[in-house]
Design a protein around this ligand. Structure first.
Ligand SMILES: NC(=O)c1ccc[n+]([C@@H]2O[C@H](COP(=O)([O-])OP(=O)(O)OC[C@H]3O[C@@H](n4cnc5c(N)ncnc54)[C@H](OP(=O)(O)O)[C@@H]3O)[C@@H](O)[C@H]2O)c1
Length: 347
């Protein structure tokens, strides 16, 4: 199979760098265009990006010129699809201009909750991608937009899925402890976060309170149970830790939950997709795990680590979940979605 030519919009940012890490040497995709803002256009990638990932910028990318994030690059570079990681403030028109021509795998929040736009976690609800056909008809687009959720949502919907299917969920409360990279390179000033925790992340709680309902529901029929979220920024570089408390449809034993989570696999694993973690959920038995520094790279940054699983009261389950916010929660999730779409003939 010839590799598909792909571009990254927002290639110099926190998520853009993870796209580069995940796409260099990818068996299905050839990284062909690196696009960013006016600030970076014309510079070598190594000059434009403040590389924050361990190790050097991949050689094949370091000297590449950053290009303008404009849909003209689709024809210029012969792109088959793009991955988007731009600020959501500019995504509406920018992503639409690309979607007219080719599929856009988007990390931004702009289109996530729009009815004819799939909000997909590859190893939870890949069937939702089918709505892309309707989106193309509705909008007269040849490509379309496929979104993945907020980085905090992804870390909880993966363990929620087998629990929801087996026991039912009636309500949920989530408390998050979120890493700095979630706010982008210039996101939180060091004077604000050092020796501190900030109990406010603009817009985040609403995303965590709504996105899981769309993902775990049926296409165009989101679930309706109540979710409350409390989101806190902490001085950790990567990896969001979350406390999840669930009111379940029936009572349970802790071992049943552990067995469900540890044994969970989905089609992404059956298809042995390159970016699919196997297993997608790692159950930790230690009383002080999961932790961001120790567990964020589990499954190459794509697995969700779950620990402190407890039955708090009848039908009330509590656990901690940890996932890498820029890999599992962003770039890796988009790449996995594109791998599935390719297998399902949607590209
Ligand atoms: N960080 C996370 O954990 C995470 C997780 C899930 C989703 N997201 C979402 O992903 C998106 C990117 O986040 P990030 O953390 O990577 O942000 P970031 O580090 O601030 O990077 C932003 C990127 O967008 C580019 N950009 C800015 N303005 C642009 C414009 N007018 N036209 C074209 N490109 C432009 C920047 O290019 P220059 O370098 O040239 O300025 C940079 O490449 C956001 O929508 C965010 O909400 C982030």
């Amino acid at each position: 199979m010839d590799k598909l030519k792909v571009g990254v919009i927002g290639a110099t940012g926190m998520v853009g760098q993870r796209f580069i890490q995940g796409l260099v040497g990818h068996p299905y995709f050839e990284l062909t265009a690196l696009a960013a803002s006016e600030r970076s256009v014309g510079k070598k990638y190594s000059e434009a990006a403040k590389w924050y990932i361990e190790g050097d910028i991949p050689e094949s990318v370091a000297d590449e010129k950053v290009v303008d994030a404009n849909a003209k690059i689709v024809d210029e570079f012969g792109l088959d699809l793009v991955f988007s990681a731009t600020p959501s403030s500019i995504a509406k028109e920018l992503e639409a201009s690309f979607a007219k021509k080719i599929p856009v795998y988007s990390n931004t929040s702009t289109y996530r909750m729009v009815e004819d736009v799939p909000l997909v976690v590859g190893d939870v609800n890949p069937d939702h991608m089918k709505i892309i056909e309707e989106q193309r008809r509705n909008r007269g687009w040849n490509g379309g937009i496929i979104t993945n959720p907020n980085c905090s949502t992804i870390g909880i919907v993966v363990p929620m899925k087998p629990i929801f299917d087996e026991l039912g969920i009636e309500w949920m409360h989530v408390a998050t402890y979120q890493a700095l990279s979630g706010a982008g390179y210039d996101g939180v000033p060091s004077m604000a976060i050092t020796d501190n925790a900030i109990p406010y992340i603009g817009g985040e709680e609403l995303k965590v309170e709504t996105e899981p309902l769309k993902i775990l529901g049926e296409i165009k029929k989101p679930l309706e149970f109540p979710i409350t979220a409390s989101c806190v920024r902490i001085p950790v570089l990567n990896g969001h830790l979350e406390t999840v408390t669930l009111g379940l449809g029936r009572d349970f034993e802790v071992d049943e939950i552990k067995h469900l989570l540890a044994g969970y696999t989905a089609r992404a694993q059956e298809l042995k997709l390159p970016t699919a973690p196997n297993p997608p959920i790692i159950v930790r038995e230690e009383p002080d795990r999961p932790q961001p520094r120790l567990d964020r790279m589990a499954g190459n940054g794509m697995a969700v680590s779950v620990g402190r699983i407890e039955r708090k009261r009848e039908k009330i389950l509590r656990f901690f979940a940890l996932s890498h916010n820029t890999i599992r929660g962003a770039a890796g999730a988009s790449i996995l979605n594109a791998e599935i779409a390719l297998k399902d003939g949607l590209l």
